[in-house]
Design a protein around this ligand. Sequence first.
Ligand code: ZN
Length: 471
Amino acid sequence: MVLSDSIVFYNTRTRSKEVFRPVNAGEVGIYTCGPTVYGPMHIGNVRSQLSADLLRRFLVSEGFAVTHVINITDVGHLVSDADEGEDKMELAAKRAGETAEEIAGRYIDLWRRDRQAVNCIEPEHNPKATDHIAEQIDLGLKLEEGGYLYRIDDGIYFDISRFPRYTELARLDLEGQSGAGRIDEVQGKRQPADFAIWKFADPDERRLQEWDSPWGRGFPGWHLECSAMSSRYLGDHFDIHTGGIDLATVHHTNEVAQSECAFGVHPWVEYWLHNEFLDFGGEKMSKSKGNVKTLSDLEERGYDPLAFRYFFLQAHYRQQQVFTEESMEAAARGHSRLVALAAEVRQVGGEGDSAAQAPFREQFRAAMADDLNAPKAVAVLWDVLRSKTLSKVDQRDLLLAFDEVLGLDLAHAEPKREQFESDPRIDALLEEREAARGRKDFAEADRIRDALASEGIELIDTPEGPRWRRG
Ligand SMILES: [Zn+2]
């Protein structure tokens, strides 16, 4: 493979752009941290899903056989990352007076609906943590055999001092953060960053979700599931792990520690691709603040979910992207123009000219191969649609090919139909005007038009005849 043909990704593990070389030629395994299903996915998390989907689509377009795994966390994710507080699932279930399964079922369905709405391709595997308790216990036993675990009153913990590379992925400064500001620190931990592999159930308080284990009744620590399920579906050493940048310092760091110690590999994952936050104009959106912005919120305001995908494509995944009403509105306008143009060019028939198309294909591919530079790739798409030299047939071919990667569903998207009004009096005036035009009484037709205009009514000629709306 010559260098100019290479795909390059920015790898958090090495803090550099690296040429992508898969573990097994022609195949790629991708693991993406999925949702904790105690509430609807906010659009910051949609951005994580879209980043992984863009990666997947591009690698497929490059001819790789992709196996994508996205987990579903339905147990063990505590309110705090420091193994304290309640389990998010238990808390949500108690508040709603439902079982954890009911809560999980509802939000898994909603998560899948949201992913479909933004045209994310279904992953090959979408495992739930509660369906993989045995795999998690097995992984814990491997770590116990290796002498990495210790028991305290509260559960079984991983001793990070046994893993010297612990700080590597996130370049952590553990000295600087030792226990600082943590009031509810779990008693008996050897180091503040040690984390739970298994938490014991409180005998006085019945949990909704608990299992027997060699260590006692309880439930797995959150981090364990991703190591256990990735190895189940992708093996003990795989290509790419994705997730939001907020997961790097604790969750992904702990995944690496467990996996490298249990499987005896380094690196466990070759490439770590982290997406940045959505920036809500200075105030980071959070569920606890109650100002949740979900895809459903956007739809209620009249936005097509694919307009949000178009919004996402306008920033590089590793840059913070500012989300405001104005920026969303601008993206929605761009998206509808694109859909209208797509609807026009995809009607044309005939054979394209591959030589004329080649430079555009190369530019598009070069943008995507450079660490998934979507904004640049979208710019190439617009160059194609504005080109004075390309034929409509070539525009059609390029648009459809690029959209396999961009995922805007431009092969099917229909332009929004204009909304027209109806009112018996005005409809009757429109008919009178048509009749006047029919008998060539243009003075009368103009008189009716002007009378309607004085009421603020605008007439529009459509293929189905004249329609009107208030201006
Ligand atoms: Zn994870």
